[in-house]
Every structure is written in structure tokens, then in C-alpha cells.
Design a protein around this ligand. Structure first.
Ligand code: GLN
Ligand code: ZN
Length: 806
């Protein structure tokens, strides 16, 4: 057995060295170090393998991961943290909450076909692949209901708190009933037990589950889904009892909504829910986990839950330690999430032990557990598979497997009287010490330049009204000007060129020549379509962040640093390890070439500082605002060079501004202040006559509309077609002064929208916004689409603009 049967700390009385603090983990990445799960699941979807093969691959991953966690020295490791697609979807199936449109008969267990139909839709209603704009981040699905005969629309997907993981939103209505309809947690507990691991099954807690869902269908749209709590708790009770009868000692209930602003009603639901759970659990011990932030104003509620242990995220919510521990019931165990589960950096043992020591002093050894801050789902699997990272930088890093060793090492060091001569301590401290002397982490030119920024640098020369006049005189665009968002289809051919070039089977010159031809074709297509402001097509770019990261100082890249974004989709974020600067222009050459092919304005296309920051793993020895400012200065240089090269319109994409909005209201103003300032630093270097665009692809601008206005871009293009322009509400209410291109072509679907439909969307927009300020464009980039549908859809789009002018 790798797990401590009694799961309490048993400092030995016999004089031998005391037992380490108790260590456990909350969840492990399931995709596999080499994305084995992605491959297995996608092969199954394609029909290239069957369910037996898929389950075998899943079993193998689980076995590997359990063993790895046990070998890392943890005393209690999780089960049911594995998922073929998403843990929230797993829970929906566990409690038999399958929306009606999937035609589940409600008998027996939810089968795999229904499970994946909920995740991906059933053909007839939604395309088989999950569509995204290619950035690796889903932006929420449409909510239209599928027809019941032929197909069913997938469940909506949305961001898991402020991470880049996306979960499937549970649907509730006045007709929802629950019953136990999956054996997953029991089967996985049994499976682990047979391998020698008495695991701690993990479930999303009942209050978070209801909170994170939405009301959909049913007769009463204003139905209070918490009315379902008693019924839901019956099933949770059954699950707990079954796990106890299988021999589980502990169950982990994740209640991450404790990190959000909660009203008293929700807090009351916690009281109700946990009274029931306590009773049903019997001798089974419960740990409730709060992560992604401090429990803060909810700490009292969390601390009063009738559970044996609570988990706190010390990396993001250390403040909970300052004001909370005194109110804990005398026996409650506190699990300290000391090792950051959301980054890739080595833990600083000295700093962590300082906190651990304080808590141990207050609560005593037996009441302190150690863990990563949250599930390790959000970090890559293991550094072992990185063979190309520079060794010094690698020495600063720690992926999931290494993080677990850090936890168990901290647990040992915490009770060691000679910790500072321990080899693990020395290795940790000396690796981190090299940071202080590495010149790349403290480039004085970068620091001085950032420090010297003044409010003037965030300011265009003139007001928008003045700039608009100058730009109109210069660009001479027709009313309702047309444009696209940047990328054109990245065909298999284009991708194969890049692959061959990377392997060395195409020379630089050959690769560039092919890209040049594709760019020229793309420019010709746009001219033939009569688009007004052209783009070069972004064929040279693999990814909108990686492309820039590869050319900036301060970045490095992993080979296998994958993290799950949704379902089988993974992203490999660039790593910002040092001060960021731009050694040479990044996009100017491609711009010049594309502009030389046409007399129409060619847009310069850049990814903005906030998006580069938010889609990277960011160093933790410098504040995010500071890192963002450095990136902003690099982009500013690029903007200036583009302008000098004759670029009249420059687009700075900020697809990720909203997604890192802090979870708590009180922290949002500060975030929006420094992010907007960074954008303005990047954009404000140009003369009045140069038009700055920005682009964002998500709905719901209501809570950030003021910040968007404060960015002061001359034109913003946004995603609107799937919400039928509803999200323009915020722009209307706020009387947004600058120009807007509300997307009229949903690029997440291969469907070609007819002109009438786009016209209707434009009519809706022009009914509420000044017509003079409207642009006509798609929702997002076209890289995931095919050429025939793109040409047809853009032709329709241009015809709409022509008609509007007439
Ligand atoms: N310019 C990028 C493109 O067109 C924007 C992508 C995005 O917003 N996600 O692909
Ligand atoms: Zn977009």
C-alpha cells in the first residue's frame, strides 16, 4: 500500500525521526506526457479503434499516473480525477443529468456514445470536430437546440474559472431528475486498489456543480436550479456510501466556487448540502477543496463545513492564513496548497517552509497536510521528456511529476531539524540562486525603458474624433468598409511546408518562396472579392502567440509542455523566463511584401501584449503587469517599424483580455488598468493618420466595456454573429465612440452564411450604432476554414456591404 491507512500523522513516540507531514495531491493531468489520451480518443472518434482499445489506453495512463504519484512519495493520491473528456461532464453522467435532446432512455448507465455526444454534439446538428478559431481556446458554443430526430447540439463549453481549461456546462431545468448512472468512480477506485493504491476519489462538490451549470429547457426559464440540491444530494450520498463500502477512507469534494464572490444564499446552500453529506458519509472522511484564489469573504463558510479537512490554495490565496485559522473547529485539518499547480516553476522551499512552519506552529503537525495548490491538470506532465531545454532554464522548472516530489520533499523538510543541510534543500536553493545572477532575467536596458514610461507614452497625439477625420482623408474607404481578421485557410499543404521546413527538408528560401506564392494568391483573392482593407493571410504563422514568442528575447519553448484546453485539445504555451525585448522586426518583411502586391491598404497584424502574456507560462519572479509592460514595449517597436514601412492600418489582437479577468470583483479594476495601459503603450506610438485596430473574439463585453473603450483603438472587430448581435448591447448602452466591426460570419462553422442573414445582422447593428462607424467583417480569423467556403462566405459579405452603401 502506498497510502497511509489511517491517514493521520503518526509522529513516532519511540524516538526515531518523526514522520513527515501528510502529503497528498488533488488531481493529475490525464492527457499523458506525449498526449497519449488525445491520440486514443481521436482514433476512437475517427472509427480507427474501438471502445475496448480506448478503455485500455485510458487504463494504462491511469496506472502510470498512479504509480508515478506514489513513487513521488505522496501518502494519498486521487482517483476519478481521470476523464476521457471533462470531469464536469463525468459528474453530469454520474448523476444521470443528460439533457433530453440526447435521447438517453434514463435506464442503466450513460454509455460512451451519449457521453461523447454531450461533449461534441451528434451529427445533424453540429459538425463532428469542435471548431475553434485555431488559437486553441474555445470561445463558447452556440446554444441553439438541435432537432431531436437527426442530431443534438453539444453541451455548451466555457472556461474553467480563470484557467485555459474549458468544461461542459451542466444543464438544469424544472424537469431535471438525478439518479446514479455511471460506475466510473467505483471502477477507478477498485482499479487503483488492485494496483496497490488506496486512493482518494475526487468529485466536484454539489454546490459548485449546480453553480457552474445553467438553466436550459424546461417550462420555467427563471427556474432556481438550487431547488435541485436535495435530490442531487441523494445521489451524492449513494456515491459516498458505495465508495465507503469499497474501502475508501477519504473523498475529496472540490468546491472551487469558494474562490468567487458568493452571496448569502449560496453560502446557505453549502450549510444545507454538507449537513446532508456529513450524515451520508458515515465514517468516510471528507476534504473540501478551495482553489484558484483565497476563500476570503467565504472563509468562515468554508471553515464551518462539517468535514475533516479543508484545502486552501496558498499560492493564490495566502491571505486566508492571516485571518482564518483561529476560527477553525479544533480538529479540522488544513491542507496547504503550497506548490503552484498552474505554472511550470520550481517551488522556493525557503519561502514555502516559512509559511508551513507558521501554520504548523498554530495548528500542530497532525493538522497540517501539504499538496499542490490545485489539480495538476493545468501543468504539463514531466520535465523528463524535455531534452532540448537549456539546462539552466530547465533547472528553474518543475512540471506535474516534479511538483509532486516537491510536495513530499517539503513534507519531509518541514519536520527536519537539519533542513538547511539537506541535499534536496541545497539543490533547490542553488538552482533558484542562479536566477539572481542570470543576466537575461534582469536586462538593464529593458528595465530602464519600462521604468521611464510616462502617461504620455500611453496617449495618441489627438482625440479619436480628430484621428478619425485624418484617417478618413487618408484611407478614403467607402462606407461600411470590409476587412477580415487576419488569417486565411491554413491548408494541409501550408502546414506540410512548415513541417518540412522544420525538419530541414525545405530550405529557408524554398519555404519562403512557397509562403510568398500563397500570400500573393490570398491578396489576389481579396482584391477579386473587392475587400477594402486587406490582410496577408498569416501563412507564415503557426500560432498567434508562438510566432511572436519565437522572435522575442526572454522566451523559450518546450517539446512536450502540453496542457489540456478542452476535450482532446491541448495547447503548448510558450515560456516567458526572462526580460522581454525585440531584437529585430518580426512582421515588417511580410507586410512590405504583401503591401507591394496591392494598392489597397494592407493591415499589419500583431498579437497584443495581454494576449501574449495570458497565453504563455509567465515567470513568477516579476509581476505580471511588469512582464506585460515589457511585451508592450516590444510590440510598440514593431508598430513603429510597421508605420515607418508605410503601413496605414495596424491590427493588434487582444483575444485574451477578458479571459484572465480576476475571479473577484475587487481585483478587476486593477487588472483592467494595467492591461489597458499595456495595450495603449503598444498602440500609441503612431501618428494620427495611422489607424489602429484591435480584435477580440468572445461574447459578453458587459463587464469590461469601459476598459475596451479606454483602449482607444480606432476600430474594434468583435465576435457577434453567434449571439445575433446581442452583445452589441454593451456598446450601445455605453455609447461606444470609436468604429466597430461586429462579426457577421461565424467562422466556427463550415457553413456559408447567406447574404440575407448577414444583411439582417448588419441591419440590427446599424439600427443601434452610428452607421458611419460600422465595418463589415467575419467573427475571427479564417485559418481553420477551407478555401471554397471562405470565398463564398466573403463574397456574400462583400455583397452586403455593397448593398448597404447603395
Ligand atoms: N489575427 C488572428 C487570426 O486571424 C486572430 C485570431 C484570434 O483572434 N484568435 O487568426
Ligand atoms: Zn478572434
Amino acid at each position: 500500500m502506498t497510502t497511509n491507512e489511517s491517514a493521520t500523522n503518526n509522529a513516532s513516540a519511540s524516538g526515531s525521526s518523526p514522520a513527515p507531514l501528510f502529503s497528498h495531491s488533488l488531481g493529475f493531468p490525464r492527457v499523458g506526457a506525449k498526449r497519449e489520451l488525445k491520440k486514443a480518443v481521436e482514433a476512437f472518434w475517427k472509427g480507427a479503434s474501438d471502445e475496448t482499445a480506448l478503455q485500455a489506453a485510458a487504463r494504462e495512463l491511469r496506472a502510470t499516473h498512479w504509480q508515478l504519484q506514489a513513487d513521488a512519495g505522496l501518502e494519498l493520491i486521487p482517483s476519478n480525477d481521470f476523464s476521457l473528456y471533462d470531469q464536469v461532464l463525468d459528474l453530469s453522467c454520474l448523476v444521470g443529468n443528460v439533457p433530453e435532446r440526447f435521447g438517453w432512455d434514463g435506464k442503466g448507465d450513460v454509455n460512451l456514445e451519449t457521453y461523447f455526444a454531450m461533449a461534441r454534439g451528434r451529427s445533424g446538428a453540429k459538425k463532428e470536430d469542435n471548431e475553434s478559431c485555431g488559437c486553441g481556446h474555445e470561445h463558447g458554443n452556440g446554444t441553439a437546440n438541435g432537432s431531436h430526430n437527426t442530431g443534438a447540439t453539444a453541451c455548451e463549453m466555457t472556461k474553467w474559472f480563470d484557467t485555459n481549461y474549458h468544461y461542459l456546462v451542466p444543464e438544469f431545468n424544472d424537469g431535471t431528475t438525478f439518479r446514479l448512472a455511471s460506475q466510473k468512480p467505483f471502477a477507478e477506485f477498485q482499479e487503483a486498489l488492485a494496483q496497490g493504491h488506496r486512493t482518494k476519489p475526487v468529485l466536484l462538490g454539489p454546490v459548485s456543480y449546480l453553480y457552474l451549470g445553467k438553466v436550459h429547457g424546461g417550462k420555467n426559464p427563471s427556474f432556481d436550479r438550487f431547488k435541485l440540491l436535495p435530490q442531487l444530494l441523494e445521489v451524492y450520498g449513494e456515491v459516498l456510501q458505495k465508495l465507503a463500502s469499497q474501502g475508501a477512507k477519504w473523498v475529496q469534494l472540490d468546491e472551487p466556487i469558494f474562490a468567487l464572490d458568493l452571496d448569502t444564499t449560496i453560502k446557505q446552500h453549502f450549510v444545507t448540502a454538507y449537513d446532508v453529506l456529513r450524515e451520508k458519509a458515515g465514517v468516510l472522511k471528507l476534504i473540501t477543496a478551495c482553489y484558484f484564489g483565497a476563500a476570503g469573504s467565504n472563509f468562515l463558510s468554508l471553515s464551518r463545513l462539517p468535514v475533516e479537512a479543508i484545502h486552501l490554495d496558498i499560492t493564490r490565496g495566502a491571505s486566508d492564513l492571516d485571518h482564518g485559522l483561529e476560527v477553525l473547529p479544533p480538529r479540522t485539518i488544513v491542507s496547504l496548497g503550497v506548490v503552484d499547480g498552474r505554472n511550470i516553476w520550481k517551488n522556493d522551499f525557503a519561502a514555502s517552509l516559512k509559511v508551513i512552519d507558521q501554520v504548523v506552529q498554530k495548528l500542530g503537525r497532525d493538522r497540517v497536510w501539504l499538496a499542490p495548490s490545485c489539480s495538476l491538470l493545468h501543468s504539463p506532465v514531466s520535465l523528463q521528456h524535455e531534452t532540448k531545454l537549456e539546462s539552466v532554464i530547465k533547472g528553474w522548472m518543475s512540471f506535474a511529476a516534479e511538483k509532486l516530489t516537491e510536495v513530499s520533499t517539503l513534507a519531509r523538510l518541514a519536520i527536519s531539524p537539519e533542513r538547511e543541510s539537506d541535499v534536496a534543500w541545497l539543490a533547490n536553493q542553488s538552482a533558484l540562486a542562479t536566477k539572481a545572477t542570470d543576466p537575461r532575467l534582469n536586462v538593464s536596458a529593458v528595465r530602464e525603458r519600462a521604468a521611464a514610461l510616462t502617461p504620455q507614452d500611453e496617449q495618441r497625439d489627438s482625440s479619436f474624433a480628430k484621428r478619425q477625420e485624418v484617417q478618413r482623408n487618408r484611407l478614403k474607404l467607402p462606407a461600411f468598409p470590409t476587412t477580415t481578421i487576419g488569417s486565411f485557410p491554413q491548408t494541409d499543404e501550408v502546414r506540410s511546408w512548415r513541417a518540412r521546413w522544420r525538419k530541414g527538408s525545405l530550405t529557408d528560401a524554398e519555404y519562403e518562396a512557397l509562403l510568398g506564392e500563397e500570400t500573393a494568391r490570398c491578396v489576389r483573392v481579396q482584391e477579386d472579392l473587392d475587400i477594402d482593407v486587406l490582410v496577408h493571410g498569416e501563412f507564415e504563422r503557426n500560432d498567434m502567440v508562438e510566432y511572436f514568442g519565437e522572435q522575442l528575447d526572454g522566451f523559450t519553448f518546450t517539446q512536450n509542455g502540453w496542457v489540456q484546453s478542452y476535450g482532446s485539445r491541448c495547447v503548448k504555451p510558450p515560456v516567458i523566463f526572462g526580460d522581454v525585448s525585440r531584437p529585430h522586426p518580426m512582421t515588417v518583411r511580410w507586410f512590405q511584401y504583401a503591401q507591394s502586391l496591392t494598392a489597397r491598404p494592407m493591415k499589419g497584424m500583431l498579437t497584443g501584449p495581454i494576449t501574449i502574456l495570458n497565453w504563455s507560462f509567465v515567470r513568477n519572479d516579476l509581476s505580471r503587469p511588469e512582464v506585460c509592460r515589457q511585451i508592450a514595449l516590444a510590440i510598440r517597436d514593431e508598430v513603429r517599424d510597421l508605420e515607418a514601412a508605410g503601413c496605414r492600418v495596424i491590427q493588434i489582437d487582444e483575444a485574451a483580455l477578458r479571459e484572465c479577468l480576476p475571479l473577484r470583483e475587487k481585483d478587476r479594476a486593477f487588472y483592467l488598468q494595467w492591461t489597458v495601459a499595456a495595450f495603449r503603450v503598444a498602440a500609441s506610438v503612431v501618428r494620427d493618420e495611422t489607424q489602429i485596430h484591435t480584435h477580440m473574439c468572445y461574447s459578453n463585453f458587459n463587464d469590461i466595456i469601459e476598459a475596451i473603450a479606454a483602449m482607444d483603438a480606432d476600430v474594434i472587430t468583435i465576435e457577434t454573429s453567434r449571439s445575433s448581435m446581442e452583445l452589441l448591447d454593451a456598446f450601445v448602452r455605453f455609447e461606444y465612440p470609436n468604429e466597430i466591426g461586429p462579426g457577421v460570419y461565424d467562422i466556427h462553422s463550415p457553413r456559408v452564411p447567406p447574404a440575407t442573414e448577414m444583411r439582417e445582422l448588419m441591419d440590427r447593428a446599424s439600427a443601434v450604432l452610428p452607421k458611419d462607424n460600422l465595418w463589415v467583417n467575419p467573427d475571427c480569423g479564417l485559418k481553420t476554414r477551407g478555401w471554397p467556403e471562405v470565398k463564398a462566405a466573403l463574397a456574400n459579405m462583400v455583397s452586403v456591404a455593397h448593398a448597404l452603401r447603395g
